[in-house]
Design a protein around this ligand. Structure first.
Ligand code: IPM
Ligand code: MG
Length: 371
């Protein structure tokens, strides 16, 4: 299969983790006989330095014309603490999401037995945790009018939703639930917000088309508590843009490292895949960043291309690396390996699983031979 992929390496650790994604895609291409071609587009702080804008119109067009976009991470602390700055790295991502119509952001949260010790939660809470957040991505308070009064003493951000916007993500969430444990939890603040009441009404109507899926509701404050206290009780969480942003960072804590969580943002014609973590500027160039969230984002992209065996192989390779302890220091303080090595080992496993397993058995004590 031939695919044209736009790569956005971005800022901080973005370029290093994207390199690992390319290695993994190279291994998939050679093992399964595919042809992946790449175009590079600048976005984020580096794009601002180079072009004066966080993404250029040509960049947007290249993304729109490719089969998928793969993004490392963007953001730079020098923009974070100065509210007067007008051009920000994140504007590139928001513009890209909006231009490509990426309305549904899908963030799977899963625990892995091998790294359960890394989770700050008690072990008994972590059995069978496997849920997905469906976050509406191009509406709500992120995209409503933003106004600062002339005297700069008052500001507002408008939170607005239409039933059409609610419907398209809701259908995706219900279809997702049908392939899983058949439960959707709508998270909102319907006891306070008009938009949330519109969500409830609309979702309840649409749910009638999915009789095999159970629908329940939680207020967002309560949901934040339940995600920590009873994470195994969730299957699909459906929610609006801002709540989804906050809850997905919260949920990432369960797994043990935000460096493990991939995401997909899909629209009618385009899709973008990225880890949910940020650009981790403190780690730039140190070879300590965990590339697994990025590699698992590659798996989500392969699924989107309907290359399900290939996606399964990538996930198997990640789980194998976890089981063998070939992980970065966020998951293992003693004897971690670097970002580049993790990418290499996972790629090697995809290319030559048999050989590597034999090798690793013989070299359990001395990883040097293997890596
Ligand atoms: C995310 C990020 C973005 C968001 C930022 C970088 C604009 O936090 O993808 O969760 O808020 O959507
Ligand atoms: Mg976020």
């Amino acid at each position: 299969m031939k695919k044209q992929i736009t790569l956005i390496k971005g800022d901080g650790i973005g370029p290093e983790i994207t390199r690992q994604a390319i290695k993994v895609l190279g291994a998939v291409a050679s093992t399964f006989q595919h042809d992946f071609k790449y175009t590079e587009v600048d976005m984020g702080a580096r794009a601002i330095e180079k072009h004066g804008v966080p993404i250029t119109d040509e960049g947007l067009e290249a993304c729109a014309n490719s089969d998928a976009v793969l993004l490392g991470a963007i953001g730079d602390p020098k923009f974070d603490n100065d509210p007067t700055i007008k051009v920000r790295p994140e504007q590139g991502l928001l513009k890209l999401r909006k231009t490509l119509g990426l309305h549904s952001n899908i963030r799977p949260i899963k625990t892995y037995d091998e790294i359960i010790e890394s989770s700050p939660l008690k072990k008994h809470l972590l059995d069978n945790v496997d849920f997905v957040i469906y976050r509406e991505l191009i509406g709500g308070i992120y995209f409503g009018d933003k106004v600062l009064s002339e005297d700069e003493k008052k500001a507002y951000d408008l939170c607005e939703y239409t039933t059409d916007q609610i419907e398209r993500i809701t259908r995706k969430a219900f279809e997702g639930a049908q392939r899983r444990k058949k439960k959707v939890t709508l998270v909102d603040k319907a006891n306070v917000l008009e938009t949330s009441r519109l969500w409830r009404k609309t979702v309840r109507e649409i749910a009638k088309d999915y009789q095999d899926v159970k629908l329940d509701y939680l207020f967002v404050d309560n949901a934040a508590m339940q995600i920590i206290q009873a994470p195994e009780s969730f299957d699909v969480i459906l929610t609006e843009n801002m709540f989804g942003d906050i809850l997905s960072d919260l949920a990432s804590v369960i797994t043990g490292s935000i460096g493990m969580l991939p995401s997909a943002s899909v629209g009618e014609e385009n899709a973008l895949f990225e880890p949910i973590h940020g650009s981790y500027p403190q780690a730039e160039g140190l070879d300590i960043a965990n590339p697994m969230a990025m590699i698992l984002s590659v798996a989500m992209m392969l699924d989107y291309f309907d290359l399900t065996a290939e996606a399964a192989k990538v996930r198997e390779a990640v789980e194998w690396a976890l089981a063998k302890g070939y992980v970065t220091k966020d998951l293992k303080m003693n004897d971690p390996i670097g970002c580049e090595r993790v990418g290499e080992i996972i790629s090697l496993y995809i290319e030559s699983e048999e050989e590597l397993i034999i090798n690793s058995r013989n070299t359990e004590q001395s990883m040097g031979v293997l890596i």
